[in-house]
Design a protein around this ligand. Structure first.
Ligand code: ZN
Length: 136
């Protein structure tokens, strides 16, 4: 039976890997990229509905850019580089949409409740919201 020390240290190297600056970036990128699933799961369980928080996209963007850097600066195949080369596009787009949605939310002048964009009345107190056109 192997000890924990034997499992972690193989051939005199941690995890049997040759450690370089770029392999550390790759492993850290992998960790950050994987963390996003737990963050998304946490928010989904908390809200009791499927939620993709803005932090999910930041973790996706950061992790994939670190993995892309690792793929470019390490002796790896083009397949690995291509798989991360364009991943940042939907991540950035989702971050922009999250930000725009947050900025478009309306604050109720009476009770300060945060109301959805284009809401006509405050859902908390019923006050008419400023952006809504007057009736008639
Ligand atoms: Zn209100």
């Amino acid at each position: 039976m192997e000890t924990l020390h034997q499992l972690l240290w193989r051939h005199g190297q941690f995890l049997g890997q040759e450690w370089t600056w770029w392999s550390a970036v790759g492993w850290l990128g992998n960790l950050i990229f994987t963390t996003r699933f737990f963050v998304q799961w946490y928010y989904t369980e908390k809200r009791k509905q499927v939620v993709v928080p803005e932090s999910f996209w930041w973790l996706s963007l950061t992790g994939s850019l670190m993995l892309l850097a690792y793929a470019i600066f390490s002796p790896h195949s083009l397949v690995f580089i291509v798989s991360y080369a364009f991943a940042w596009i939907p991540y950035m787009r989702n971050i922009v949409i999250h930000r725009r949605h947050a900025l478009a939310q309306l604050a109720c002048p009476s009770c300060s409740a945060v109301c959805p964009p284009r809401a006509k009345y405050c859902s908390a107190c019923g006050t008419r919201l400023a952006s809504a056109p007057l009736p008639g």
